[in-house]
Design a protein around this ligand. Sequence first.
Ligand code: C2E
Ligand code: MG
Ligand code: MG
Ligand code: MG
Length: 292
Amino acid sequence: QAKVAGRNTLRFFDPTMQEEISKRAKLESELFDAVKHGHFKLFYQIQVNHQQQPVGAEALIRWLHPQKGIIPPAEFIPYAEESGLILPIGQWVIETACQQLKQWQSHPATKALTISINVSAKQFRQPEFFDQVIDIINQYDIDPTLLKMELTESLLLNDVSNTIVQMHALGKLGIQFSLDDFGTGYSSLQYLKKLPLYQLKIDRSFIRDLITDKSDQSIVKTIISMAQSLSFSVIAEGVETIEQRQFLKSEGCLHYQGYLFGKPLPIEEFAQLVDSMQALDHPSHPDSALSQ
Ligand code: C2E
Ligand code: MG
Ligand code: MG
Ligand code: MG
């Protein structure tokens, strides 16, 4: 018994663990500097309907590290959440996305596009969140019905009643909620019907092998009919092939996001993509410059 305890105690001084601890401390202090100096950028990934027309974009954050280059969110969002830095970062995301929406509103070709932002649990639950959102909407004078928030099942499952109150308050402003990574959590129908959701977003893991995997096919069909029976819209993420899109379309999923339509792009390139898709859609349209 003593030997086991001894071994466990020793494990705490494991050099790889020490390494892990100091790596984390370094990352957190670098992240703190990044917040201070604004070393972040939003990339935009297009969302389209069944006619391949752009309907909106998901804003996806990147850390522009002065030495390491572009760092993807999976590598720093968990630390940002742990350290609380997600609050200023999340605030910056909303503000930057709303600034972008404002610009889109002044162009006929982009004025109906929505922007979806990802909101983490800590951010959504802070008491000031609602007021921060209202302030930004007023400051940039945007149409709140074009702002979407992507929430995860784990966020919603904790503290359900407060979350619903918060969703209703934001929903009254016109903000729409999408349930991100749907199918990877534990939502029951009983509880889904209580949520003021606009949309379910089918997780990429069910789309990847959709064409060959029979169980992914039945999961996806179930999610689509679940969404339909609850009157939610449904969007699939991670659509990479025409076959996947065809399958989804034939089952009644009419919105898609994925590399088939475009990767997450810096705003200038995103504007060019939208421009070229709309030129395809309206070949006679004389001038659809969107990039200003
Ligand atoms: P998510 O919200 O589920 O975003 C979708 C992820 O799938 C993005 O990764 C996107 O680049 C990737 N993706 C989209 N289409 C395809 C495809 O066809 N194939 C493949 N292989 N991948 C595809 P990304 O940008 O690395 O973001 C990862 C996660 O980080 C996001 O997952 C989201 O949970 C989180 N995240 C991103 N931006 C923010 C943010 O501003 N705030 C918070 N709290 N979380 C964020
Ligand atoms: Mg998302
Ligand atoms: Mg997702
Ligand atoms: Mg995902």
